[in-house]
Design a protein around this ligand. Structure first.
Ligand SMILES: NC(=O)c1ccc[n+]([C@@H]2O[C@H](COP(=O)([O-])OP(=O)(O)OC[C@H]3O[C@@H](n4cnc5c(N)ncnc54)[C@H](OP(=O)(O)O)[C@@H]3O)[C@@H](O)[C@H]2O)c1
Length: 245
């Protein structure tokens, strides 16, 4: 496997769950990590922890629904570490509810964070990768990007979009820029807290009960980054064995 050591990895949604665990894991393997999210205090605490363990990290307040914030996040990484090798578009929300509830604000938030946020991440890093002649996009989709379920219209739609966007990107930017889409099943994080429709939260309790810790997704991301430059790990689905969806 190629080395993760010395790679500059920008991660959105790094204040909790999959993003935070990935930042810790990659820093442990010698990557220089650039953490973005809205909760700056949580990012600062993770950076401190990484530095205490001998790693290198910086934190930047970043709302992925604002293109300027995402551009500034990548620029901060270049400022701190001289380059950007990997862009992990991970930030996401999951406010599930039936369409008949017409929670249009939640649909908008889902599209703004999960789809536009990923597109803004691509817009921020792609020119940098093209100039460098190398780079790697890792976009976090979901099993909801290959399976649908009631209450998941906006969320599944957003994650199908992430998978489609990533595959088009792969076809357009090869061979020097790599693309990976990761499709997690139920993972133990704060994501379920974004479900405000109680019946939906209750209906999903069984699925959420099968959830496994986010380390398995951090490991999948590390695997994709660690391959030689001419090997693209394009798609990885990681489910708890107990998950049927
Ligand atoms: N957990 C699962 O079962 C599961 C399954 C499949 C896919 N996923 C995907 O995995 C990704 C990470 O989620 P998670 O499970 O780790 O949940 P999480 O613990 O809730 O983390 C979500 C992250 O996204 C950030 N975020 C939300 N809105 C944002 C915004 N507007 N701008 C910037 N950052 C924002 C949050 O940070 P701030 O609030 O600090 O901004 C947080 O760091 C998401 O894309 C999710 O859809 C998760």
């Amino acid at each position: 496997m190629a080395d993760i050591k010395g790679k500059v990895v920008v991660i959105t949604g790094a204040s909790s769950g999959i993003g935070a665990t990935t930042a810790r894991e990659l820093a442990k393997q010698g990557a220089l990590v650039v953490l973005g999210a809205r909760r700056k205090e949580q990012l600062d605490a993770i950076v401190k922890e990484i530095e205490q363990d001998g790693g290198k990290a910086v934190a930047v307040a970043c709302d992925v629904t604002k293109r300027a914030d995402v551009t500034a996040l990548v620029e901060a990484g270049i400022q701190a570490f001289g380059k950007a090798d990997v862009m992990v578009n991970n930030a996401g929300v999951m406010p599930l509810s039936p369409m008949t509830e017409l929670r249009v604000d939640e649909w908008e938030q889902t599209i703004d964070v999960n789809v536009k946020g990923v597109l803004f991440g691509i817009a921020a890093a792609l020119p940098v990768f093209q100039k460098q002649g190398s780079g790697h996009f890792i976009n976090i989709s979901s099993v909801a990007g290959i399976r649908t379920f009631p209450s998941g219209a906006a969320y599944c739609g957003s994650k199908f979009a992430v998978s489609a966007i990533t595959d088009v990107l792969r076809q357009e930017v090869g061979p020097s820029i790599r693309t990976t889409v990761i499709l997690p099943g139920a993972i133990k994080t704060e994501l379920g807290a974004s479900i405000k429709h109680q019946e939906t939260a209750d209906a999903l309790a069984g699925l959420i009960g099968t959830a496994v810790p986010p380390q398995c997704i951090a490991d999948a991301i590390a695997f994709a980054i660690g391959q030689p430059a001419d090997v693209g790990v394009n798609e990885i689905v990681v489910r708890p064995t107990a998950q049927t969806l």
